[in-house]
Design a protein around this ligand. Structure first.
Ligand SMILES: [Zn+2]
Length: 422
């Protein structure tokens, strides 16, 4: 489970190896409990982890010394004994995040629990290429990382970047993106190496899926991002399904069922009859133009729908049915508990969702839809950055990385037995 720890201490004796491994995994386990539950008493930790009191005391001491957990004020018992309740210190440092969409990005500084503290929006086209777009992210972060009250720079522990295309997660690169000209193989993680902290590169729909799934304890969920393009993120058994090449969930370029019975519309990926060619924001703009309706961008499409423009509403309802057809088989095969829709077109609400529901309930297996909910995300434009912060925190606090963090904080090798709270 923890090969890195074993390799690091390979020159030690067998006894030392085992000792080091045990200590470090327990710290990660205990911190994971605080991330999940927030506030815990010492007894809660002992009972939930199954670890001995002395081990828990040592690990709580190390986490407390590093500032990762705080003793709760007023938690002292009458005998003047130290507090026995602790809480994750979510303000100990920040995670810098950027959710890059096709025509704009949201940059946010988030706390360690994933809550955005400060954010900004930037209008930029993803096809202007990585240097231009990531340069905008740099500029936005340079401002956001300065605390507006103290004017001190925030301490960054991780960077998370989401892109609207397939990602080779381990390498931090985009791979064969259908629309992101100039991004193929670009070293996004390397671009942010100056921070000297872990950099996570993730697909935008995957980030949204985690933001929806984690806080609500939904272990099985599909997130649909419907904006200029269309993507889906799959969280099953609490884990993102990435597939062997990072291409899982790229639903926008699967074949639309409607293409069998109507005109086969060309897609911007070069294929014909893709889901995006009927339901993507760019396709709706094209079809509105063809119908003589003036519209400039995806936000304009949403406005027309809200104003009740007949052609825009008709196309939006069709988009919903196309999406519903596309996701119906996934529902039968994977049996999610919810489908959460985000992205600019989700602002059309029921006009989009009714078509999704109609086709999913018509075409999926009854058992698979018995308790299924289909809804618009409550996180709005923050879904991407919240999910990114959670995924980046997973990496920073992973059992096989937490020792690196604690050593960096202390500025010296980990001496776990020295730290203790009684
Ligand atoms: Zn396509």
């Amino acid at each position: 489970m923890l090969p890195l720890v074993w390799e690091k201490t390979a020159t030690d004796s067998d006894g030392a190896l085992r000792k080091v491994k045990d200590m470090r995994t327990h710290i990660g386990e205990i911190l994971a409990l605080f991330r999940e539950h927030g506030e815990l008493s010492r007894v809660d930790v002992i009972e939930t982890s199954g670890l001995s009191r002395s081990t828990v005391n040592h690990r709580l001491g190390a986490l407390h010394e590093a500032g990762l957990i705080s003793a709760i004020e007023g938690g002292e018992s009458t005998g003047g004994r130290p507090s026995s309740r602790f809480v994750l210190n979510r303000d100990r440092a920040v995670i810098a995040t950027a959710d890059i969409g096709a025509t704009g990005l949201v940059v946010a500084v988030c706390d360690l629990a994933g809550e955005p503290l400060r954010h900004t929006r930037v209008t930029v086209n993803v096809w202007d290429g990585p240097e231009r777009v990531l340069g905008e992210v740099d500029a936005a972060l340079a401002e956001l990382l300065i605390d507006p009250v103290t004017h001190a720079p925030a301490e960054v522990w991780g960077v998370g970047i989401a892109v609207p295309g397939p990602v080779e997660f381990a390498a931090g690169r985009v791979v064969n993106p259908p629309i992101m000209t100039g991004w193929d193989g670009f070293d996004i993680a390397g671009w942010f190496s100056g921070y000297g902290v872990p950099v996570i590169v993730e697909n935008d729909a995957n980030s949204r899926a985690v933001a929806e799934a984690r806080p609500h304890h939904h272990d099985n969920l599909i997130s649909l991002k419907v904006g200029t393009g269309i993507g889906s993120g799959l969280v099953f058994n609490g884990q993102i399904i990435r597939g062997s090449e990072g291409a899982a969930g790229d639903i926008g370029h699967t074949r639309a069922a409607i293409a069998e019975s109507s005109e086969q519309l060309p897609c911007r990926c070069g294929n014909v009859g893709c889901v995006e060619a009927y339901a993507g924001g760019w396709a709706l703009i094209r079809d509105l133009h063809a119908a003589g309706v003036e519209v400039d961008d995806v936000a304009g499409v949403v406005s027309l729908v809200k104003q009740g423009n007949l052609e825009a509403v008709r196309l939006m309802r069709r988009a919903g049915r196309v999406l519903g057809d596309a996701v119906a088989d996934l529902v039968s095969i994977l049996n999610p508990e919810s489908i959460v829709v985000s992205g600019q077109l989700s602002e059309c609400g029921e006009i989009l969702l009714s078509g999704v529901r109609e086709r999913v309930y018509q075409r999926s297996m009854p058992l698979a839809t018995r308790n299924l909910t289909v809804a618009v995300s409550h996180l709005g434009e923050f879904g991407g950055v919240v999910g990114l912060a959670l995924i980046t925190a997973d990496r920073i606090f992973a059992a096989d990385h937490i020792d690196d963090l604690l050593e960096r904080i202390a500025g010296r090798p980990l001496d776990i037995e020295a730290a203790t709270v009684s």
